[in-house]
Ligand binder design. Structure first.
Ligand code: PLP
Length: 399
């Protein structure tokens, strides 16, 4: 990370771990003369060994058997394979997705619905936690087996879901559970997540390269391949494996599994930062009556994530001001096709639109220090002070 950057955006992409870089460099060396992991000759066997070593490392992180790991191009493809592949297997007759899922789950569910699947949305409460009673009611009112998609931890708020309870009631009702554990991996132990039928992982959230991930598939026959034309990944995902990316994923997964305590130890730093931001926002906005809030603070949260919303402030303007000071954070809004949209997660939680438009997400990681937090807080104070001045519009024109 360049010295002039304070990177507080680990949930978007974590920095590449040195061990992942080394593993990828050695894989590149090993493959310099060629080698397809499906070839039987010695060059192919070298590539195969790299993939299988990484598979064992990813399995150790996800507490599963190596042959349950299906390498994909990332978390998005893993979610898509879990949903479309489980529906195609015929083991479930309908789909239930939580309202706060990642877009790769929600948009796949929408596409499945357009193709004729029966889809319902599981609401979340004001803290972003899935409504278990609503789920139990849904499952008991329609006896057809369902695939229930519930992320274990939310990317925007860090809110953790009651996965083991949900797995219990869905299994009792004869359904299947898919858990998007992309943000959970490397931040919390996997214990309850490993009870799900399918689990998504993404390499670049644990310090591996972008463009690689995995779907963990428990048992045989539950997921139909969506890419066909090759026997790779035990016929569950055709296509020559991304050997170099997978090598980096394996190394990152191993360090992430060993390093969970470091991420968990970030909670006090995150909590102190939130207290400081709330106090200074209250002081800066005292006259104007604006308020700041930590979204999802009453629920269990990932130790590294903080979603802070400033009432009546434009998160985009705040982000730009922070960026000018070298501080990288995300906004709680999604930007697509040049249009800033409100976060569907905050909408599902019932956060007031004026507050939601001022939401920023900070996500800390293994390189974050107290100095980084200090620099963020100082830059934020400066930006809020300028934005609170009567002559500065709080919201960008046209928003
Ligand atoms: N699921 C969650 C919760 C995520 O946060 C992300 C990425 O931001 C994804 C899925 C998609 O992963 P990838 O970027 O590897 O496609």
């Amino acid at each position: 990370m360049p010295a002039d950057i304070t990177y507080l955006d680990y949930n978007a992409t974590a920095p590449l771990r040195p061990q992942a870089r080394t593993a990828m460099m050695s894989a590149m060396e090993a493959l310099a003369g060629g080698g397809n992991p499906s070839s039987v000759h010695r060059a192919g066997r070298t590539a195969r060994r790299i993939v299988e070593d990484a598979r064992a490392q990813v399995a150790a992180l996800a507490l599963c058997a190596p042959d349950e790991v299906v390498f994909t191009s990332g978390g998005t493809e893993a979610n898509s394979l879990a949903i479309l592949g489980t529906l195609a297997s015929g083991q479930v007759k309908r789909l239930i997705v939580s309202a706060a899922e990642h877009a790769s789950v929600l948009d796949t569910a929408t596409a499945a619905m357009a193709a004729g699947a029966d889809v319902s949305v599981l609401p979340v409460d004001a803290n972003g936690v899935a409504d278990i009673e609503a789920l139990a009611h849904d499952l008991s009112s329609d006896p057809r087996p369902a695939l229930v998609c519930l992320m274990s931890a939310n990317n925007e708020t860090g809110v953790i879901q009651p996965v083991s309870k949900v797995v219990g009631i869905v299994k009792d009702a004869g359904g299947r559970v898919h858990v998007d554990a992309v943000q959970h991996a490397g931040k919390l132990p996997f214990s309850d997540v490993s009870l799900a039928h399918t689990v998504s992982l993404s390499a670049h959230k644990v310090g591996g390269p972008q463009g690689t991930g995995a779907l963990i598939v428990r048992g045989k026959g539950g997921v139909e391949p969506q890419l066909r034309g090759g026997g790779q990944e035990l016929r569950r995902r055709a296509g020559t494996e991304n050997v170099i990316g997978i090598a980096g994923f394996g190394a990152a997964a191993q360090v992430a599994a060993e390093d969970i305590a470091t991420v968990q130890a970030l909670a006090p730093l995150r909590n102190a930062m939130e207290a400081r931001v709330l106090a200074s926002a209250a002081a800066i906005f005292a006259a104007g009556g604006h308020a700041a809030q930590v979204i999802g603070h009453a629920a269990p949260r990932l130790p590294n994530t903080s979603c802070i919303a400033f009432d009546g402030v434009s998160a985009e303007t705040l982000l730009m001001a922070l960026d000018l000071s070298g501080v990288c954070v995300s906004s709680g809004s999604a930007c697509s096709s040049g249009k800033v949209a409100r976060s569907h997660v905050l909408d599902a939680m019932g956060v007031a639109p004026d507050l939601a438009r001022g939401a920023i997400r900070l996500s800390l990681g293994w390189t974050t220090t107290a100095d980084d937090i200090d620099r963020f807080c100082t830059s934020l104070d400066q930006a809020l002070t300028v934005m609170s001045s009567p002559r500065t519009p709080m919201r960008a024109a046209g928003e």
